[in-house]
Design a binder for this molecule. Structure first.
Ligand code: ATP
Length: 257
């Protein structure tokens, strides 16, 4: 997997549309203090679906949008687009290039994009979850995070390393599996209770079921016999009517003057 492009538009200090092309090797972003270098790292984390504003050095969606300066008005929305080369199949989808984007508006609304299509945040986190790039992993290490890591106590730092090693995703899966196991245990207990309750009645239920089946067979036969019986009598009556009609016609013939 390789991050090829990053496009920022209205994100924090990036009032103008700004593109970064990441070629092979290391790319360094250099600038004076406060010029917005860390905002580049924030933008990547943000576009990957980060929901914790503290990790984005802000408090709300508004803080992600260019706030304006003495020379230009504030922006109405922020947009970040990441393009990954997926020719090695890092993302479990068929595309050789994956574009993940996020937009935010002043009313707090956020939109997520996958290869140009609007998707749900869930779709992005699902896609990233398969790769270890999920929101909480330390794929993007900003300046604040380095400071935090250096000042943390060993046990706190352990959580950071576990996240960085991608153990977090497996821990979540283990917790999910344990929860499902617990649910299954409950279901099993319920099934056992039901079995204890119905086992003594099984013989009786079997007899009832046999009778119900016999009833269905006999009812079918009865319907067939009834149909034949009525059909026979109908034909019989019709023949009698025809004979009577013919006899009457004969009589009419002889009695006519
Ligand atoms: P340093 O080298 O000191 O760490 P830096 O180059 O990493 O700095 P950043 O921390 O990325 O700089 O950027 C901080 C600057 O971004 C501040 O000047 C701050 O005012 C500006 N900034 C943050 N959010 C916004 C926003 N929504 N609109 C406009 N400017 C913003």
């Amino acid at each position: 997997m390789h991050l090829k492009h990053l496009v920022l538009n209205g994100y924090k200090t990036f009032a103008n549309k700004t593109s970064f092309d990441f070629t092979e090797g290391i790319t360094a972003v250099i600038g004076p203090n406060g010029s917005g270098k860390s905002n580049v790292a924030d933008s990547i984390r943000w576009a990957l679906g980060e929901q914790q504003f503290s990790l984005l050095r802000g408090k709300k969606t508004d803080d992600m949008i260019f706030a304006g300066s003495s020379r230009r008005p504030r922006a109405s929305m922020a947009e970040v687009l990441l393009t990954f080369d997926n020719s090695d199949g890092f993302f479990p989808v068929e595309f050789t290039e994956i574009a993940i984007g996020r937009r935010a508006y002043r009313d707090g609304a956020n939109e997520y994009l996958l290869n140009g299509n609007r998707v749900r945040l869930r779709d992005i986190t699902d896609l990233l979850g398969h790769t270890g790039l999920a929101e909480r992993t330390y794929t993007v290490i900003g300046q604040g995070l380095v400071d935090t890591a250096l000042t943390q106590r060993p046990e706190e730092r352990r959580a950071l390393f576990e996240e960085a090693a991608g153990i977090g995703a497996y821990r979540d899966r283990r917790d999910d599996a344990l929860r499902k196991l617990e649910e299954t245990r409950h279901n099993l207990e319920r099934v056992r209770d039901i079995l204890t309750e119905i086992t003594p009645r099984v013989g009786q239920l079997e007899r009832q079921a046999t009778r119900a089946r016999q009833y269905q067979v006999l009812n079918g036969e009865l319907k067939e016999h009834t149909r034949r019986w009525f059909s026979y009598h109908y034909q019989h009556a019709r023949s009698a009517v025809e004979r009577s009609t013919a006899a009457r016609a004969q009589l009419d013939l002889f009695s006519s003057p």
